[in-house]
Design a protein around this ligand. Sequence first.
Ligand SMILES: [Zn+2]
Ligand SMILES: [Zn+2]
Length: 363
Amino acid sequence: MAETRAAVITGFNQPLEIRSVQIPELEPTAMLAKVEAATLCGTDVHRWHGRVATAEMLPFIPGHETCGIIAEMNGERRDLLGEPLKPGDRVLWSYPTCGHCYWCTVAKQTSHCPEIRVWGGSRADQFPFLLGGLADYQYVPPGCDVIKVPAAVSPASAAAAACAYRTVMHGFERLGAIAPHETVVVQGSGPLGLFASVVARDRGAYRVLVIGAPANRLQVARELGADDVLSLDEVKDSADRVKWVQDRSGGRGADIVIQCATHMAVPEGIAMVRKGGRYLSVGVGGDAAISPTDFWRSVTIIPVTMAEPRHWLQAVRFLESRGAAVPFDSMISRSYKLEQATEAMNAMANFEVVKPVIYPNGG
Ligand SMILES: [Zn+2]
Ligand SMILES: [Zn+2]
């Protein structure tokens, strides 16, 4: 039985182990992808720390942002657009849903399917073994939509489209149009916030303001075109941050605030929205209470959960079509070999990097 290398989480907060993991027999229409680039997301760190993972999940291969090259296929398969796939194609693949529940069939909100399968948290000792990106190969099960990656998009940026960027595209779809007079504030300067700042500018915002930390991330926000940035390290008082936004929005507050930080940032973010404005909540984690007073100010609150297959496509096409003007790869801060997976996880956990990328097969 053939095996391949993977960086495996065998215990929470423990260094990842490089293990040989079985390569599964391919189910009909399943594929095996050679991992070109695997980027880390905050969720990978939360799972590693055991915050959003249980002991029954161990051992597992983390990584749910993977760009891969099709290495093997068991039968014909087409991509999201109906184009035939072949070995050698560079691809992303979405999360499969059941196709027959209320959310899949009636509501058409497939990211709420109770049977949705996700990557980066499945046991590496049970079929199909390879469901995480921190490995030489990842299994692409039947039933997920496959998205071809345009040649102009780097494998690392494409990988980031598989979670962070496609969630942002879903959020903007739910937000609706941005008028040319509207000021947008982005809470958070991680991958979600930085990408959201670029999309907000692209959708026609008058001004885009980014609030975050640390300084290296805010520097990237400026490089990507933010009009102004506010450092959480420098302005520690929430009321001062709200005033900073009001000072830049005619004293009214922002037309739109996009939360790309944890849920703890929500009350402050809603306070930054003008009467009748919109609040888009993309980031997850933590908890906070909001007051009915916020509803009396007619702030529309729009949450988003994961994404649907078209958002994967939108994310890679956005990277492709805007890539000549926007240095997207500046969000990919540092690259690692598979053996350095623990180092990459720590760098993400400590906010040393915007997004670390792992090249198991060499970058
Ligand atoms: Zn993620
Ligand atoms: Zn379903």
